[in-house]
Design a protein around this ligand. Structure first.
Ligand SMILES: [Zn+2]
Length: 517
């Protein structure tokens, strides 16, 4: 009797072990063929780095494992879903390898806007072969599931399902595991479309108009706003940084404001604050009010958002406030480390400048600027400060390498802004550059942003006027020059951009404008 019970227990446990092993192998198939695609292109310098990357890949597998176990418990569910997951995962990996494309909410947005012709162009004969092979392999998995992995009792299935769900949800609720897992194959197949739907809701959510009487006094200048990324003020030669990080802008009549304070130190919190009427007393306005773009729209300005950064739930509303939204790199995310420079915005900027508009243009350029991984965001011509970082694992680089790479991005931004200026010289134009926040470069042992280091709260801010603009509004330009050393919060952008565009609005706060004494 006892032997029979032991035998029964062994049989029962064996069934669970087989199922665990089977779901692990299923996951491994996806993990090695598809999830690895992001890791194989990650820059690293040593064996230690390789181990760190392997651990990160392992962590993503760990988060996925409970879900694959859940998927494998019922063989019919497995037969339906595993081939589908395999086909989609392999397709994503294929595009990752061949075109550097990853699945983003912007890709979904663009695809839904485009006609089917573009989707057809994406399908190549290689992809079809790959999908056929994948289908055959996944059918073999399904066959194995039906014939070699035994059935279990209902009670066991019930307990296992609950256990797997709880473990999966617990792992996903841990932030350092959640973000990288949801951004990568295969969980991104669910997470990215879900995020897209959330963004869609955010856009549809109505924000009450800013109201107030509104008019334009005089001409309508061309207004260009460059939203910078991670550019700290003290690394500009314009602000006295000893390295020549602004060889081009030093030759232009640019006014640099070294004493700007940004409340938040990461993009998602900082941008809504900058674009809306939010200030330290009314931070909630970033979530409830439209941005200054609404006022330009009401005045019949043609408004554009040229994006060279991933869209995000926290500022998608403002992107969509513009008449035109153009993605320069819809297929990129900061989770990959391929070349990704702001130069890609220039052809779009040129095209938009040629648009025939009657009532003026507001063009917003959202740049990738100096975002980590620094080396990805400048071209080899700008690799002036050497040696540079070699690994995406921050601690594997020396301080000198990190700062050199960072300064090369500053050099690239110097070039990018001067290219924009070059295109505005013969117009009645105003250019504002404001970085969303700064960056820590080793201060207090901290690196990158989203920390409380002083330099992360001190973004670069520049103003430039064309000759025609200077002639028309000499006093305004003088005041802007006079206020150069003043301490401001990023709250000034909202009121400064309106005053700079000659906009009269009931609720403009002159004390919050660079153009006021
Ligand atoms: Zn940022």
């Amino acid at each position: 009797m006892i032997t029979e019970r032991i035998k029964g227990n062994i049989r029962k446990n064996k069934a669970i072990y087989t199922l665990l092993l089977f779901s692990f192998v299923s996951l491994l198939f996806i993990g090695l063929t598809a999830t690895s695609s992001d890791f194989l292109t990650a820059p690293f310098r040593s064996f230690k780095d390789m181990i760190v990357l392997l651990v990160q890949w392992g962590a993503i597998m760990l988060v996925n494992f409970p879900f694959f176990f859940l998927l494998s418990i019922n063989r019919y569910i497995y037969a339906l879903l595993f081939p589908l997951i395999s086909l989609f995962s392999i397709s994503l990996a294929y595009f990752r390898y061949t075109t550097g494309t990853i699945l983003t909410t912007m890709i979904i947005d663009v695809s839904l806007d485009n006609d089917l012709r573009i989707s057809q162009e994406l399908i190549s004969i290689e992809l079809i072969y790959l999908l056929v092979i994948t289908l055959l392999i996944s059918i073999a998995f399904v066959y194995y599931r039906f014939n070699r992995v035994g059935k279990q009792k209902t009670r066991q299935i019930f307990v296992q399902s609950i256990l797997a769900s709880v473990v999966g949800i617990l792992l996903l609720s841990y932030y350092p595991l959640r973000r990288p897992s949801l951004e990568r194959i295969p969980l991104n197949l669910i997470a990215v479309p879900y995020q897209y739907l959330k963004d869609y809701q955010e856009i549809k959510m109505s924000r009450k108009s800013l109201g107030g009487s509104l008019s334009i006094e005089g001409e309508r200048p061309l207004v260009v706003l460059i939203l910078g990324e991670t550019l700290r003020a003290d690394h500009l030669a314009l602000n006295g940084y000893p390295r020549a990080t602004n060889p081009r802008l030093c030759k232009e009549t640019v006014i640099s404001y070294p004493n700007i304070y940004s409340e938040a130190t990461y993009t998602n919190a900082s941008l809504p604050h900058i674009l809306t009427r939010a200030d330290s007393l009314h931070p909630e306005r970033a979530k409830t009010e439209p941005s200054f773009i609404e006022l330009f729209n009401r005045l019949n300005y043609q408004t554009y958002w040229l994006a060279n950064q991933s869209s995000s739930n926290s500022f998608i509303y403002f992107m969509k406030e513009c008449d035109s939204l153009i993605y320069a790199n819809a297929n990129k995310s900061v989770y990959v480390f391929d070349k990704w420079t702001d130069e890609d915005l220039l052809p779009h900027f040129d095209r938009v400048l040629k648009d025939e508009v009657r009532d003026g243009q507001l063009i917003i350029l959202h740049t990738i600027g100096s975002h980590w991984y620094y080396n990805a965001h400048y071209t080899s011509d700008f690799e002036e400060f050497l040696p540079t970082a070699k690994s995406r694992i921050v601690s594997s680089n020396t301080s000198e390498e990190m700062i050199n790479s960072y300064d090369n991005t500053v050099l690239f931004t110097d070039y990018f802004i001067s290219e924009i200026i070059g295109r505005l010289k013969d117009k009645n134009a105003l250019l504002i550059y404001l970085s969303d926040h700064g960056e820590a470069l080793g201060e207090g042992g901290q690196w990158l942003h989203a920390n409380e280091v002083e330099q992360a709260h001190n973004p670069a801010c520049l103003l430039w006027f064309s000759d025609e603009y200077r002639l028309r509004y000499p006093e305004r330009v003088q005041t802007a020059e006079f206020n150069r050393e003043k301490v401001y919060r990023t709250d000034v952008l909202f009121h400064t951009i309106l005053e700079g565009a000659n906009i009269k609005w009931e609720f403009i706060d002159p004390s919050l404008s660079i153009f006021s004494h």
